[in-house]
Design a protein around this ligand. Structure first.
Ligand code: 2NL
Length: 357
Protein backbone atom coordinates (compact mmCIF):
# COMPACT_ATOMS: atom_id res chain seq x y z
CA UNK A 1 0.00 0.00 0.00
CA UNK A 2 2.78 2.36 0.97
CA UNK A 3 4.63 1.46 -2.27
CA UNK A 4 1.55 2.25 -4.32
CA UNK A 5 1.17 5.57 -2.58
CA UNK A 6 4.77 6.58 -3.20
CA UNK A 7 4.71 5.32 -6.80
CA UNK A 8 1.68 7.36 -7.82
CA UNK A 9 2.38 10.52 -5.84
CA UNK A 10 5.88 10.58 -7.31
CA UNK A 11 4.53 10.00 -10.81
CA UNK A 12 2.04 12.84 -10.39
CA UNK A 13 4.74 15.16 -9.09
CA UNK A 14 7.02 14.37 -12.03
CA UNK A 15 4.46 14.95 -14.76
CA UNK A 16 4.53 18.09 -16.94
CA UNK A 17 1.52 17.79 -19.25
CA UNK A 18 -2.17 16.94 -19.01
CA UNK A 19 -2.02 13.87 -21.24
CA UNK A 20 0.59 12.18 -19.03
CA UNK A 21 -1.46 13.10 -15.98
CA UNK A 22 -4.52 11.39 -17.48
CA UNK A 23 -2.45 8.26 -18.12
CA UNK A 24 -1.50 8.17 -14.45
CA UNK A 25 -5.12 8.62 -13.43
CA UNK A 26 -6.18 5.66 -15.61
CA UNK A 27 -3.32 3.49 -14.37
CA UNK A 28 -4.32 4.12 -10.74
CA UNK A 29 -8.03 4.91 -10.59
CA UNK A 30 -9.34 3.83 -14.03
CA UNK A 31 -11.67 0.82 -14.35
CA UNK A 32 -8.68 -1.47 -14.74
CA UNK A 33 -6.40 0.72 -12.64
CA UNK A 34 -4.23 -0.71 -9.92
CA UNK A 35 -6.27 0.74 -7.02
CA UNK A 36 -9.54 -0.30 -8.61
CA UNK A 37 -8.30 -3.87 -9.01
CA UNK A 38 -7.27 -3.92 -5.38
CA UNK A 39 -10.76 -2.71 -4.42
CA UNK A 40 -12.22 -5.68 -6.22
CA UNK A 41 -10.10 -8.07 -4.19
CA UNK A 42 -11.79 -6.84 -0.99
CA UNK A 43 -14.61 -9.33 -1.61
CA UNK A 44 -12.31 -12.29 -1.05
CA UNK A 45 -11.14 -10.97 2.31
CA UNK A 46 -12.36 -11.71 5.80
CA UNK A 47 -14.60 -8.98 7.20
CA UNK A 48 -11.84 -7.67 9.47
CA UNK A 49 -9.27 -7.54 6.66
CA UNK A 50 -11.84 -5.98 4.38
CA UNK A 51 -12.50 -3.21 6.85
CA UNK A 52 -8.90 -2.12 7.41
CA UNK A 53 -7.73 -2.67 3.82
CA UNK A 54 -10.87 -1.02 2.43
CA UNK A 55 -10.42 2.00 4.61
CA UNK A 56 -6.74 2.29 3.68
CA UNK A 57 -7.55 1.89 -0.02
CA UNK A 58 -10.19 4.62 0.16
CA UNK A 59 -7.79 6.96 1.89
CA UNK A 60 -5.13 6.18 -0.73
CA UNK A 61 -7.62 6.65 -3.56
CA UNK A 62 -8.68 10.05 -2.20
CA UNK A 63 -5.09 11.08 -1.72
CA UNK A 64 -4.09 10.18 -5.29
CA UNK A 65 -7.24 11.81 -6.62
CA UNK A 66 -6.49 15.02 -4.72
CA UNK A 67 -2.88 14.98 -5.99
CA UNK A 68 -4.12 14.51 -9.57
CA UNK A 69 -6.57 17.43 -9.26
CA UNK A 70 -4.01 19.71 -7.65
CA UNK A 71 -1.50 18.90 -10.37
CA UNK A 72 -4.10 19.48 -13.09
CA UNK A 73 -4.89 22.93 -11.69
CA UNK A 74 -1.18 23.73 -11.38
CA UNK A 75 -0.59 22.70 -15.01
CA UNK A 76 -3.49 24.88 -16.17
CA UNK A 77 -2.12 27.82 -14.20
CA UNK A 78 1.32 27.33 -15.67
CA UNK A 79 -0.13 27.11 -19.18
CA UNK A 80 -2.03 30.35 -18.67
CA UNK A 81 1.07 32.05 -17.25
CA UNK A 82 3.03 30.90 -20.29
CA UNK A 83 0.34 32.26 -22.65
CA UNK A 84 0.18 35.54 -20.82
CA UNK A 85 3.95 35.86 -21.03
CA UNK A 86 3.88 34.95 -24.71
CA UNK A 87 0.81 36.76 -26.03
CA UNK A 88 1.07 40.16 -24.46
CA UNK A 89 -0.36 43.21 -26.09
CA UNK A 90 0.97 46.73 -25.75
CA UNK A 91 -2.19 48.77 -25.51
CA UNK A 92 -0.14 51.96 -25.40
CA UNK A 93 1.05 51.51 -29.01
CA UNK A 94 -0.44 54.06 -31.44
CA UNK A 95 -3.17 52.72 -33.73
CA UNK A 96 -2.29 51.63 -37.24
CA UNK A 97 -2.62 54.61 -39.55
CA UNK A 98 -5.55 54.34 -41.94
CA UNK A 99 -5.90 56.16 -45.20
CA UNK A 100 -8.90 58.39 -45.01
CA UNK A 101 -10.02 60.34 -48.04
CA UNK A 102 -12.07 63.50 -47.98
CA UNK A 103 -14.67 64.66 -50.43
CA UNK A 104 -13.35 66.80 -53.29
CA UNK A 105 -14.21 70.49 -52.85
CA UNK A 106 -16.15 70.49 -56.13
CA UNK A 107 -18.27 67.52 -55.03
CA UNK A 108 -18.75 69.14 -51.64
CA UNK A 109 -19.99 72.38 -53.18
CA UNK A 110 -22.32 70.47 -55.55
CA UNK A 111 -23.77 68.72 -52.49
CA UNK A 112 -24.14 72.02 -50.62
CA UNK A 113 -25.83 73.74 -53.55
CA UNK A 114 -28.14 70.77 -54.08
CA UNK A 115 -29.12 70.72 -50.40
CA UNK A 116 -29.92 74.44 -50.36
CA UNK A 117 -32.21 74.19 -53.39
CA UNK A 118 -33.74 70.98 -52.08
CA UNK A 119 -34.80 72.98 -49.00
CA UNK A 120 -36.64 75.35 -51.36
CA UNK A 121 -38.50 72.49 -53.02
CA UNK A 122 -36.27 71.82 -56.03
CA UNK A 123 -35.87 68.19 -57.10
CA UNK A 124 -32.61 66.95 -58.64
CA UNK A 125 -32.68 65.93 -62.30
CA UNK A 126 -29.94 64.02 -64.06
CA UNK A 127 -29.28 63.15 -67.68
CA UNK A 128 -26.68 61.84 -70.13
CA UNK A 129 -23.34 63.56 -70.63
CA UNK A 130 -23.44 62.62 -74.31
CA UNK A 131 -26.40 64.47 -75.81
CA UNK A 132 -27.89 64.78 -79.25
CA UNK A 133 -27.65 68.27 -80.74
CA UNK A 134 -31.42 68.77 -80.45
CA UNK A 135 -31.43 68.50 -76.62
CA UNK A 136 -28.17 70.43 -76.26
CA UNK A 137 -28.80 73.23 -78.80
CA UNK A 138 -32.06 73.35 -80.81
CA UNK A 139 -34.41 72.87 -77.84
CA UNK A 140 -32.59 75.73 -76.13
CA UNK A 141 -33.19 78.11 -79.01
CA UNK A 142 -29.53 78.06 -79.97
CA UNK A 143 -29.46 78.74 -83.71
CA UNK A 144 -27.63 76.42 -86.12
CA UNK A 145 -25.11 79.17 -86.90
CA UNK A 146 -24.46 80.01 -83.22
CA UNK A 147 -20.70 79.95 -82.44
CA UNK A 148 -21.19 77.40 -79.65
CA UNK A 149 -22.16 74.89 -82.33
CA UNK A 150 -18.81 75.24 -84.10
CA UNK A 151 -16.50 72.29 -84.19
CA UNK A 152 -13.88 74.19 -82.24
CA UNK A 153 -16.11 75.11 -79.29
CA UNK A 154 -17.92 71.85 -78.66
CA UNK A 155 -16.78 68.23 -78.50
CA UNK A 156 -18.63 66.38 -81.25
CA UNK A 157 -18.74 62.59 -81.20
CA UNK A 158 -17.21 60.83 -84.19
CA UNK A 159 -19.68 59.26 -86.56
CA UNK A 160 -18.86 56.50 -88.99
CA UNK A 161 -19.54 57.06 -92.68
CA UNK A 162 -23.22 56.37 -93.31
CA UNK A 163 -24.26 56.72 -89.67
CA UNK A 164 -27.50 58.64 -89.95
CA UNK A 165 -28.10 59.29 -86.30
CA UNK A 166 -28.25 62.97 -85.37
CA UNK A 167 -24.94 64.53 -84.30
CA UNK A 168 -24.06 63.93 -80.64
CA UNK A 169 -21.96 66.17 -78.41
CA UNK A 170 -20.52 66.18 -74.94
CA UNK A 171 -23.16 68.41 -73.31
CA UNK A 172 -21.98 71.99 -73.06
CA UNK A 173 -24.36 72.82 -70.19
CA UNK A 174 -26.86 70.91 -68.05
CA UNK A 175 -29.82 72.64 -69.73
CA UNK A 176 -30.62 69.53 -71.84
CA UNK A 177 -31.31 67.74 -68.55
CA UNK A 178 -33.99 70.35 -67.86
CA UNK A 179 -35.47 69.91 -71.34
CA UNK A 180 -35.74 66.20 -70.59
CA UNK A 181 -37.29 66.93 -67.18
CA UNK A 182 -39.92 69.19 -68.79
CA UNK A 183 -40.76 66.55 -71.41
CA UNK A 184 -40.94 63.85 -68.71
CA UNK A 185 -42.83 65.71 -65.99
CA UNK A 186 -44.62 68.67 -67.58
CA UNK A 187 -45.60 71.76 -65.62
CA UNK A 188 -45.60 72.87 -62.89
CA UNK A 189 -42.02 71.83 -62.23
CA UNK A 190 -39.12 72.84 -60.01
CA UNK A 191 -35.77 71.13 -60.63
CA UNK A 192 -32.06 71.68 -60.49
CA UNK A 193 -29.61 69.90 -62.76
CA UNK A 194 -26.10 69.53 -61.34
CA UNK A 195 -23.37 67.83 -63.32
CA UNK A 196 -20.34 67.79 -65.56
CA UNK A 197 -20.24 69.78 -68.75
CA UNK A 198 -17.67 70.09 -71.54
CA UNK A 199 -16.37 72.89 -73.68
CA UNK A 200 -13.26 73.23 -75.80
CA UNK A 201 -11.62 75.76 -73.57
CA UNK A 202 -8.28 75.51 -71.85
CA UNK A 203 -6.35 78.30 -70.20
CA UNK A 204 -5.49 79.75 -66.78
CA UNK A 205 -9.15 79.97 -65.77
CA UNK A 206 -10.85 77.33 -67.97
CA UNK A 207 -10.77 73.56 -68.11
CA UNK A 208 -12.40 71.47 -70.86
CA UNK A 209 -14.56 69.69 -68.28
CA UNK A 210 -16.21 71.68 -65.53
CA UNK A 211 -19.28 71.56 -63.32
CA UNK A 212 -22.55 73.39 -63.48
CA UNK A 213 -25.77 73.65 -61.57
CA UNK A 214 -28.75 74.89 -63.52
CA UNK A 215 -32.22 75.31 -62.11
CA UNK A 216 -35.69 76.29 -63.15
CA UNK A 217 -39.14 76.80 -61.72
CA UNK A 218 -42.20 76.81 -63.96
CA UNK A 219 -45.68 77.69 -62.80
CA UNK A 220 -48.69 79.76 -63.83
CA UNK A 221 -47.31 83.05 -62.55
CA UNK A 222 -43.67 82.54 -61.66
CA UNK A 223 -41.80 85.82 -62.14
CA UNK A 224 -38.40 87.47 -61.90
CA UNK A 225 -39.39 88.45 -58.35
CA UNK A 226 -39.45 84.74 -57.43
CA UNK A 227 -36.09 84.34 -59.17
CA UNK A 228 -34.64 87.19 -57.14
CA UNK A 229 -35.86 85.76 -53.83
CA UNK A 230 -34.67 82.23 -54.60
CA UNK A 231 -31.21 83.45 -55.62
CA UNK A 232 -30.90 85.68 -52.56
CA UNK A 233 -31.87 82.83 -50.26
CA UNK A 234 -29.39 80.62 -52.07
CA UNK A 235 -26.54 83.13 -51.67
CA UNK A 236 -27.26 83.69 -47.98
CA UNK A 237 -27.18 79.96 -47.33
CA UNK A 238 -24.23 79.19 -49.57
CA UNK A 239 -21.93 82.02 -48.48
CA UNK A 240 -23.20 81.88 -44.89
CA UNK A 241 -23.94 85.61 -44.61
CA UNK A 242 -27.28 87.18 -43.67
CA UNK A 243 -26.88 90.36 -45.66
CA UNK A 244 -26.19 89.59 -49.29
CA UNK A 245 -26.85 92.15 -51.97
CA UNK A 246 -27.44 91.05 -55.53
CA UNK A 247 -27.30 93.13 -58.68
CA UNK A 248 -29.21 92.03 -61.77
CA UNK A 249 -27.56 93.23 -64.99
CA UNK A 250 -29.41 92.96 -68.30
CA UNK A 251 -27.78 90.35 -70.49
CA UNK A 252 -28.58 87.95 -73.28
CA UNK A 253 -28.92 84.19 -73.51
CA UNK A 254 -30.74 82.44 -76.35
CA UNK A 255 -32.80 80.39 -73.87
CA UNK A 256 -34.09 83.18 -71.61
CA UNK A 257 -36.00 86.40 -72.26
CA UNK A 258 -35.40 88.69 -70.52
CA UNK A 259 -31.96 87.61 -69.32
CA UNK A 260 -29.86 88.86 -66.44
CA UNK A 261 -26.42 88.25 -65.12
CA UNK A 262 -26.26 88.33 -61.36
CA UNK A 263 -23.46 89.95 -59.35
CA UNK A 264 -22.96 89.76 -55.60
CA UNK A 265 -21.63 92.62 -53.48
CA UNK A 266 -18.21 91.83 -52.10
CA UNK A 267 -14.86 93.23 -51.12
CA UNK A 268 -11.51 91.99 -52.32
CA UNK A 269 -9.44 94.00 -49.83
CA UNK A 270 -6.06 92.59 -48.97
CA UNK A 271 -6.48 89.76 -51.41
CA UNK A 272 -9.21 88.08 -49.38
CA UNK A 273 -12.82 87.90 -50.44
CA UNK A 274 -15.67 89.05 -48.21
CA UNK A 275 -19.24 88.51 -49.39
CA UNK A 276 -22.02 90.99 -48.58
CA UNK A 277 -19.84 94.04 -47.92
CA UNK A 278 -17.47 96.31 -49.79
CA UNK A 279 -17.55 98.19 -53.07
CA UNK A 280 -16.87 95.39 -55.53
CA UNK A 281 -19.28 93.23 -57.50
CA UNK A 282 -18.58 89.68 -58.50
CA UNK A 283 -20.53 87.86 -61.20
CA UNK A 284 -21.82 84.56 -59.86
CA UNK A 285 -24.49 83.37 -62.27
CA UNK A 286 -26.69 83.86 -65.30
CA UNK A 287 -30.45 83.79 -65.25
CA UNK A 288 -33.69 84.88 -66.87
CA UNK A 289 -37.25 83.99 -67.73
CA UNK A 290 -37.66 80.81 -69.75
CA UNK A 291 -37.84 81.66 -73.44
CA UNK A 292 -41.27 80.69 -74.90
CA UNK A 293 -39.58 78.61 -77.59
CA UNK A 294 -37.72 76.65 -74.90
CA UNK A 295 -40.94 75.99 -72.99
CA UNK A 296 -42.47 74.77 -76.25
CA UNK A 297 -39.50 72.49 -76.94
CA UNK A 298 -40.07 71.05 -73.46
CA UNK A 299 -43.69 70.33 -74.34
CA UNK A 300 -45.02 73.10 -72.11
CA UNK A 301 -47.52 75.67 -73.45
CA UNK A 302 -45.97 79.15 -73.08
CA UNK A 303 -49.46 80.71 -73.13
CA UNK A 304 -50.30 78.89 -69.90
CA UNK A 305 -46.98 78.59 -68.15
CA UNK A 306 -43.95 80.70 -67.42
CA UNK A 307 -40.87 80.35 -65.28
CA UNK A 308 -37.36 81.36 -64.45
CA UNK A 309 -34.08 79.59 -65.07
CA UNK A 310 -30.53 80.11 -63.92
CA UNK A 311 -27.12 78.55 -64.33
CA UNK A 312 -23.87 78.75 -62.42
CA UNK A 313 -20.39 77.33 -62.66
CA UNK A 314 -19.49 75.26 -59.64
CA UNK A 315 -15.72 75.07 -59.87
CA UNK A 316 -15.22 78.79 -59.42
CA UNK A 317 -17.78 78.86 -56.57
CA UNK A 318 -15.85 76.10 -54.82
CA UNK A 319 -12.62 78.02 -55.26
CA UNK A 320 -14.19 81.21 -53.89
CA UNK A 321 -15.84 79.54 -50.92
CA UNK A 322 -12.80 77.55 -49.91
CA UNK A 323 -10.19 80.13 -50.83
CA UNK A 324 -8.47 78.16 -53.57
CA UNK A 325 -6.99 80.68 -56.01
CA UNK A 326 -5.60 78.21 -58.51
CA UNK A 327 -7.14 75.75 -60.98
CA UNK A 328 -4.20 73.42 -60.46
CA UNK A 329 -5.90 72.31 -57.24
CA UNK A 330 -8.67 70.75 -59.27
CA UNK A 331 -6.98 69.95 -62.49
CA UNK A 332 -5.01 66.77 -63.05
CA UNK A 333 -6.10 65.94 -59.49
CA UNK A 334 -3.08 67.83 -58.29
CA UNK A 335 -2.85 66.61 -54.71
CA UNK A 336 -0.09 69.06 -53.80
CA UNK A 337 -2.44 71.93 -54.40
CA UNK A 338 -5.50 70.33 -52.83
CA UNK A 339 -3.40 69.57 -49.76
CA UNK A 340 -1.98 73.06 -49.72
CA UNK A 341 -5.51 74.43 -49.47
CA UNK A 342 -6.56 72.11 -46.69
CA UNK A 343 -8.21 69.32 -48.64
CA UNK A 344 -6.18 66.29 -47.74
CA UNK A 345 -7.91 63.72 -49.90
CA UNK A 346 -5.48 60.83 -50.42
CA UNK A 347 -3.11 62.69 -48.16
CA UNK A 348 -0.71 61.02 -45.80
CA UNK A 349 -2.54 58.48 -43.66
CA UNK A 350 -4.68 59.87 -40.89
CA UNK A 351 -5.67 58.05 -37.73
CA UNK A 352 -9.40 57.97 -37.14
CA UNK A 353 -9.77 61.36 -38.79
CA UNK A 354 -7.72 63.04 -36.11
CA UNK A 355 -4.02 62.52 -35.54
CA UNK A 356 -1.82 62.44 -38.57
CA UNK A 357 1.83 61.75 -38.95
C1 2NL B 1 -24.41 80.85 -67.08
C2 2NL B 1 -25.78 81.08 -67.60
C3 2NL B 1 -27.90 80.10 -67.64
C4 2NL B 1 -29.95 79.00 -68.02
C5 2NL B 1 -28.61 78.96 -67.79
C6 2NL B 1 -31.76 77.58 -68.84
C7 2NL B 1 -32.18 76.29 -69.02
C8 2NL B 1 -33.34 76.05 -69.67
C9 2NL B 1 -34.10 77.09 -70.14
C10 2NL B 1 -33.63 78.34 -69.92
CL1 2NL B 1 -33.88 74.47 -69.92
N1 2NL B 1 -32.49 78.58 -69.30
N2 2NL B 1 -30.61 77.80 -68.20
C11 2NL B 1 -30.59 80.22 -68.08
C12 2NL B 1 -29.86 81.39 -67.94
C13 2NL B 1 -28.51 81.32 -67.72
O1 2NL B 1 -26.56 79.97 -67.42
O2 2NL B 1 -23.66 81.76 -67.05
N3 2NL B 1 -24.09 79.65 -66.66
C14 2NL B 1 -22.83 79.32 -66.16
Amino acid sequence: MQDLREKYLKAVAGVSDEAALEEIRLAALGKKGEISLKMRELGKMTPEERQTTGKALNVLKDEIDAALRAKKAALADAALDARLAEEWLDVTLPGRPRRQGTIHPVSQVMDEVTAIFADMGFAVAEGPQIEDDWHNFDALNIAPEHPARQEHDTFFMNRAEGDNRPPHVLRTHTSPVQIRAMLDQGAPIRVIAPGRVYRMDMDQTHTPMFHQVEGMAIGRDISMANLKWVLEEFCKAFFEVDGVELRFRASHFPFTEPSAEVDIRCSWKGGSLKIGEGDDWMEILGSGMMHPKVLEAGGIDPNEWQGFAFGMGIDRLAMLKYGIPDLRAFFESDLRWLKHYGFNALDLPTVFGGLSR
